[in-house]
Design a binder for this molecule. Structure first.
Ligand SMILES: [Zn+2]
Ligand SMILES: [Zn+2]
Length: 370
């Protein structure tokens, strides 16, 4: 069913960092929430937004993000749950017609994307990403042209994973399609995937995230010893090591992911360094003008110490952001060993930035307004 099963109430800007013309705008819509459940939708949106902000690197670029909540009433609660996937067979009258069991996969929860696009075009035409929260406690979500997630436990993490697909074109970094007992997903057979967070390459020189791989890290970093099974072994390298780990994009062998774990592999995990870098690079252009100043993106080579002189009040409250070390613990070392007061009562700070790691890393300066 569809738009005959409810109505659009209106839009509220729940995170306001300025004109949508210069910000990255998220539109969040309700499906399967009745009129009496709109307050629950508001709570669910608030939980998602809070989790998003606290999931690195979103906090670093938060000032570049607007969030619009679009309230939509459905005549009934929940989503369709076809028996073909073992569901209850329920058909529910909702505005965006949410359903589980898309493509025969129970957890794949989708909506009528055309209806979502029509509503967003009318309500928030500047939206960069569209997210629908579906009011059912059954686990599910999807990340196509429209991201969806249910209100199952860990719902916000589902939403952030799915938004990763929709907004940044991330691949799934897990190594199965339906489950680990399946056949037919032993070996990835395609060419180099277009997504930024999976690859078929273990060549250090051409690996697309090679700049984040330390010279001491082996490639592949972990290889799956039995391509008929998901590789359940613990990591053989310290957490946060960037390399090439076999098992990704629904296949147990032949495709690699950047770290042992990532939110694109398991919901409870943080994003890996490659995914974080892509998010940051995508959102930095929207976040530059909300600080009084930014200076970047800069790079610093291994073993190098840079010296910067920052004149206050031109550069108040400076910080160094956007560091993605190749080796855990090898974050840039930032110190301010000197400050001089000038004749006009301004001050000049000496700032040193040292890259003690083994690879070039990327960073930016950002300062707050007075
Ligand atoms: Zn996914
Ligand atoms: Zn990742």
């Amino acid at each position: 069913m569809g738009t005959g099963d409810g109505h659009v109430v209106g839009t509220t800007k729940v995170v306001d960092h300025g004109s949508p013309a210069v910000r990255w705008n998220i539109a969040i819509l309700a499906d399967g929430y009745q009129a009496t459940e709109q307050a629950k939708f508001h709570t669910d949106v608030g939980n998602f937004v809070n989790t998003l902000k606290s999931t690195p690197p979103y906090g670093d670029v938060w000032c570049g993000i607007n969030v619009f909540r679009i309230d939509v009433v459905s005549n009934q609660s929940g989503a369709d749950d076809p028996t073909a996937c073992g569901g209850t067979g329920a058909t529910v009258a909702t505005y965006f017609d949410a359903t589980f069991c898309t493509a025969g996969i129970q957890r794949l929860l989708t909506v009528n994307n055309s209806t979502v696009i029509n509503v967003v075009n009318a309500q928030v035409p500047q939206a960069h990403v569209m997210v629908v929260i579906v009011n059912t406690s059954e686990y599910g979500g999807s990340g196509g042209g429209v991201a969806t997630f249910s209100t199952a436990p860990s719902a916000s993490d589902i939403g952030i994973h799915e938004t990763g697909h929709t907004a940044f074109g991330f691949a799934d970094e897990y190594d199965y399609w339906a489950d680990c007992s399946e056949s037919g997903h032993d070996h990835y057979t395609g060419g180099e995937p277009g997504q930024p967070n999976v690859t078929i390459s273990t060549n250090r020189a051409t690996l697309k995230w090679g700049g984040l791989v330390a010279a001491s890290t082996a490639l592949p970093t972990m290889a799956n010893p039995d391509c008929t099974k998901c590789d359940g072994r613990a990591s053989t390298v310290p957490g946060g090591t960037v390399g090439a780990f076999e098992g990704a994009i629904y296949n147990k062998c032949g495709a690699y992911r950047p770290e042992y774990n990532c939110k694109m592999r398991q919901l409870a995990q943080p994003f890996c360094a490659v995914c974080r870098q892509v998010i940051r690079q995508h959102l930095n252009p929207y976040a530059t003008c909300c600080s009084s100043w930014t200076y970047g993106v800069n790079t610093i080579a291994a073993g190098v110490t840079e010296r910067w002189w920052l004149w206050w009040p031109t550069y108040p409250g400076f910080e160094v952001i956007g560091v993605e070390p190749a080796t855990p613990g090898a974050e840039l070392q930032v110190a301010s060993p000197g400050m001089q007061t000038n004749a006009d009562a301004s001050a000049t700070y000496l700032l040193t930035i040292t890259n003690a790691g083994a690879t070039t890393v990327e960073y930016a300066f950002r300062g707050s307004a007075l």
